[in-house]
Design a protein around this ligand. Structure first.
Ligand code: F6P
Length: 352
């Protein structure tokens, strides 16, 4: 078997952990692995490089993706120049299918967000045997409780909130922190809850500016002369339209919220836009483990011929159970769990 791996869309911490695990597991199955550079663009132009155990060694802790990525190369609507030098979109999907064959590939692992996965699904329908790994710091891909990169992004935002608290308090200011999340407020909710935000604004709950102002004024009366407001970039006021649109302009939403607060409360405000900081840096422990599990699981899907499928994490929600059901049964690491299997597949020994 000869399989290809590509990363598409925005980068995300732990992409390299996925690549590393997928390569090591595939090599363990006796397969050859080809890294496709810059997402589907690499299949349009045959930009590839061999991936071996040696070439993925030492990348686990690195942010970004060693394969490079792009969000601007959809082969079904590929931007090209026409005779008059105008940019027009052409369907180059046939090139991808023929290059897939030309490269001698038997299967493909596509690691990407919703845009990349939608492209992958179309290629699966066109006959490319592929499996998918969900990637997003925004955590907004359905069918999986979490995707790698989210935990790292949340930690970056939470760390910023910890630091901003003291300066907000010292200067008696309102600090508005804009975090990523165009369609979903996961980063805002998790970082805000962990970082002690006073107000969290997310796209799922259009906000009432008067209520936001009332909370800040009430805190003022209680002797809390500062407030921390976390805003997802897709948040919008009741009755208004979402303002996060093309062209992307990070900071617009945070700026709007801050000026509304100043207008309605008279408080001095500052805006901090975390932007792409949230996409970088070494992945957290959780993301390294999840990325490793996803990468190894993707190779296993191919091994089992389960094409057209996406790996996903589906633990249960926080619920309650009778105490008696919990006691007297120590929870040990299930030795047949996927985390143990993946660890073994990438060459970790448990000494047995
Ligand atoms: O990865 C998703 C995301 O982080 C969004 O929250 C953000 O709006 C977008 O990517 C920005 O991506 P880029 O600047 O790379 O186009």
């Amino acid at each position: 078997m000869r399989i290809g791996i590509l990363t598409g869309g925005g980068d995300c911490p732990a992409l390299n952990a996925v690549i590393r695990a997928a390569v090591k597991t595939s090599v363990g199955f006796g397969w050859e692995v080809v890294g496709i550079e810059e997402g589907f663009d690499g299949l349009v132009h045959c930009k590839t490089r061999p991936l071996t155990k040696a070439s993925v060694s030492g990348i686990l802790h690195l942010g970004g993706t060693i394969l490079g990525t792009t969000s601007a190369a959809n082969p079904f609507g590929y931007p090209t120049l026409d005779d008059r030098g105008q940019t027009v979109e052409r369907d180059l999907s046939h090139k991808v299918v023929s290059n897939f064959r030309k490269l001698g590939l038997d299967a493909l692992i596509v690691i990407g967000g919703d845009g990349t996965l939608a492209i992958a699904e179309r290629f699966y329908e066109k006959g490319i045997p592929l499996v998918a790994v969900p990637k997003t710091i925004d955590n907004d891909i359905g069918g999986t409780v979490s995707s790698f990169g989210f935990d790292t992004a949340v930690n970056t935002a939470r760390d910023a909130l910890d630091k901003l608290h003291t300066t907000a308090e010292s200067h008696r200011r309102v600090i508005v922190v804009e975090v990523m999340g165009r369609h979903a407020g996961w980063i805002a909710v998790h970082s805000g809850v962990a970082g002690g935000a006073d107000i969290i604004l997310i796209p799922e709950i259009p906000y009432d500016p008067a209520k936001v102002a009332a909370i800040i004024i009430m805190r003022e009366r209680l002797g809390k002369h500062f407030s921390i407001v976390v805003v997802a970039e897709g948040a919008f006021a009741q009755g208004a339209e979402p303002t996060y649109a093309e062209p992307k302009r990070p900071g617009r939403v945070g700026g709007r919220v801050a000026s509304t607060i100043t207008e309605l409360t008279g408080k001095e405000t500052r805006v901090v836009v975390l932007g792409h900081l949230q996409r970088g840096g070494p992945p957290t422990t959780f993301d390294r483990v999840l990325g490793t599990r996803f990468g190894a699981a993707a190779a296993r899907l191919i091994h089992n011929g389960a094409f057209g499928r996406m790996v996903s994490l589906l633990p249960s929600e926080v619920k309650s159970i009778p105490i008696r059901d919990a006691i007297g049964q120590q929870k040990r690491v299930p030795i047949d769990s996927d985390v143990i299997e993946s660890a073994r597949e990438i060459g970790i020994s448990f000494g047995n």
